[in-house]
Structure formats: structure tokens, C-alpha cells
Design a protein around this ligand. Structure first.
Ligand SMILES: [Zn+2]
Length: 322
């Protein structure tokens, strides 16, 4: 159980801060901070989840907009959940990264083996509470943000169903088909979401840098585009919150995540992500004595970490698909 880092926000101002979510504590599902709205009509169970990481506050902003505007499903059901509330409530502007989690990364726990295991942590307790609502969801949007500034990324997993839904949403511009992390499965990888022979589909959006204002707006747009793509809400309800001119979306296929092996991992430059390295075999970093080289021409760097630790993902390498 590693300690979260103590560090400042890369010299960026903290413009997007936590909001008071105490009013959303008492839900109607028997689980605090989880609300389910049932249309009474046939249709999918749709889940929008915020605060998988406590410091990624944009999702809380998006859910509050859904609540304040009384957004209700016209078919199926809509569940809104705030996941790692304990971490969120520990937010300290002097050390904003520290509230990513309490004991461990909530988004590396999502297999039945781990959830049924004997291990205990603040995050496992919470994951065990909301596991049922994740399991019954037909569609999941999990809202995150990133440490480094950059455009939003939709992580859609490896199955075609994820790509289809990401493109049906029409935002954001960059859709990343990725297999996840060696350190453990994410909520979006849980059971039926990761399988190719089931309909249940999960998306994870990285809305931009954690504490820039635009990330909040991106999260709101994503939530409404998600509900719109699924036909879950009326056009009139969605319209004010949709992007006026959606971008031409682009798919990046991840060839492989680079998992850090040693205490001495470093990139050769300060990468922000979405850099394209032209030549195969280019050295982008070193892990101890081992050079990290690009496996193919026109290699895209996705979400490089600036907090390298053994066992964690350093960067995903991918390629744009025409
Ligand atoms: Zn996150």
C-alpha cells in the first residue's frame, strides 16, 4: 500500500475544485452516494460513475449537473454513483494528489478474485459496496481526469462494442482501444464489460487535467453524449449540454502498456501524451539499464506517467488507425 505522492500541481492553478456532495449521500439504493432512477419502461441499466479516484473532481461536477437538472431516463434505468467518497473528502489543496485514494488504487480491484478475497482496505470496502450496481449495469461511463494537461481521451477497451459506443457518442476526439494495466483490472474491465461475447459495454473517459476548468465541462458533455448515444434521455433534455460541433473522432489502438520494472525508470523527455514518434526503435526512456524503444513507426505515446513506480504503467504505446 504505497503512499500517495506529495506534490504540487505542476505549477498549474487549481481552478476546478471539489464541490459539496453531502446532499447526495442518502441515495435510494441502500448504498450511500448511489442513486438509481427507474423509468418503469424496458431498457438498459445505465451507470455513470464519478470519483473512482478521489482527486479527479470533474466527474462530481458532471453528476451534480445531472442531479440539478433532474435528468431522468425515458427508458431503462439510470444510476449515478460517487465511488471513492472517502478519498474525495480528504482533498487538500496544499497536496491535491494525495486524495487519489486512501489505501490503494480503487481502479485496480475489479475482479471477483480480488473482491472475494480476504484482503481489506478502504477502497476494497467501498468497491464491495458498489460492486452490485456495477455488476447489473449494461452500460457504464466511468469519469476520470489526468495529471498531465492534454486533450480528453476515451478509453474503450479492446472489444468492438466499446469502439462502437465511443464513436456513437461523437466525443471526445481521441478514442483509445487499450487492454488496461498489469497492476490490476479497472472497473471498466469488470467481468462482462471486458468480454467480447456480451453486450455489456463500459467506457472510461479521461477528461483532461484534474483541476482545470475545461475538464469539468468535458465531463458534463461526456455524460450527456453518453445518455444521448444510448437513447436514454429526451433530445430536448440533452440538447443544452451537447457539444455544438463534435470533432472528427480518431481511434488509437494500444499495442502494449509499458509496465515499470525497476525503481529507476525515466523518460528521455518530458512527454505530455499524444506525441507521435516517427521511427521504430527510437529510445523514449530507460528502465534501469534497459532502454524503452518504440516498437513500430509512428508510435503514439498515451498517458505517460510522471510518477514512475515499479509495477505501474509508465505509458501506453499505440498507433492511429485510419
Ligand atoms: Zn482516474
Amino acid at each position: 500500500m504505497s503512499e500517495p505522492d506529495s506534490e504540487t500541481n505542476l505549477g498549474l492553478p487549481l481552478d476546478l475544485l471539489p464541490i459539496d456532495i453531502q446532499g447526495y449521500r442518502a441515495g435510494n439504493t441502500g448504498v450511500d452516494y448511489v442513486h438509481k432512477f427507474d423509468s418503469g419502461q424496458p431498457g438498459p441499466n445505465v451507470l455513470i460513475n464519478a470519483l473512482t479516484h478521489g482527486n479527479e473532481v470533474c466527474g462530481a461536477h458532471a453528476l451534480s449537473v445531472l442531479f440539478e437538472n433532474d435528468i431522468r431516463p425515458s427508458r431503462g434505468s439510470l444510476t449515478l454513483s460517487f465511488a471513492n467518497v472517502a478519498a474525495y473528502h480528504a482533498f487538500d489543496p496544499e497536496n491535491p494528489m494525495a486524495s487519489r485514494f486512501v489505501d490503494e488504487d480503487f481502479n485496480r480491484l475489479w475482479s471477483d478474485d480480488i473482491l472475494d478475497g480476504a484482503r481489506q482496505s478502504a477502497e476494497l470496502t467501498r468497491a464491495r459496496q458498489i460492486r452490485g450496481i456495477v455488476a447489473e449495469a449494461d452500460y457504464l461511463l466511468d469519469i476520470h481526469s489526468m495529471h498531465l494537461p492534454g486533450p480528453a481521451l476515451m478509453l474503450c477497451g479492446m472489444a468492438d462494442k466499446g469502439r462502437r459506443l465511443a464513436f456513437a457518442m461523437r466525443v471526445p476526439e481521441h478514442v483509445v482501444a487499450d487492454p488496461g494495466h498489469a497492476a490490476g483490472p479497472r472497473m471498466r474491465d469488470y467481468n462482462h464489460f471486458a468480454r467480447t461475447d456480451t453486450e455489456q459495454t463500459a467506457l472510461l473517459i479521461e477528461c483532461g487535467q484534474h483541476w482545470v476548468k475545461e475538464s469539468g465541462q468535458t465531463a458534463i458533455h461526456a455524460a450527456f453524449h453518453f445518455l444521448d448515444a444510448l437513447g436514454l434521455i429526451d433530445q430536448a433534455a440533452a440538447a443544452p449540454f451537447l457539444v455544438e460541433t463534435p470533432p472528427r473522432q480518431r481511434l488509437i489502438e494500444v499495442v502494449g502498456p509499458i509496465t515499470i520494472q525497476t525503481e529507476d525508470f525515466r523518460f528521455i523527455e518530458d512527454y505530455n501524451g499524444l506525441e507521435v514518434i516517427a521511427k521504430a526503435g527510437s529510445v523514449i526512456g530507460h528502465d534501469g539499464a534497459q532502454p524503452i524503444v518504440t516498437p513500430h513507426d509512428d508510435c503514439v505515446l498515451i498517458m505517460p506517467t510522471n510518477r514512475p513506480r515499479p509495477g505501474q504503467t509508465a505509458v501506453r504505446l499505440g498507433r492511429f488507425i485510419a
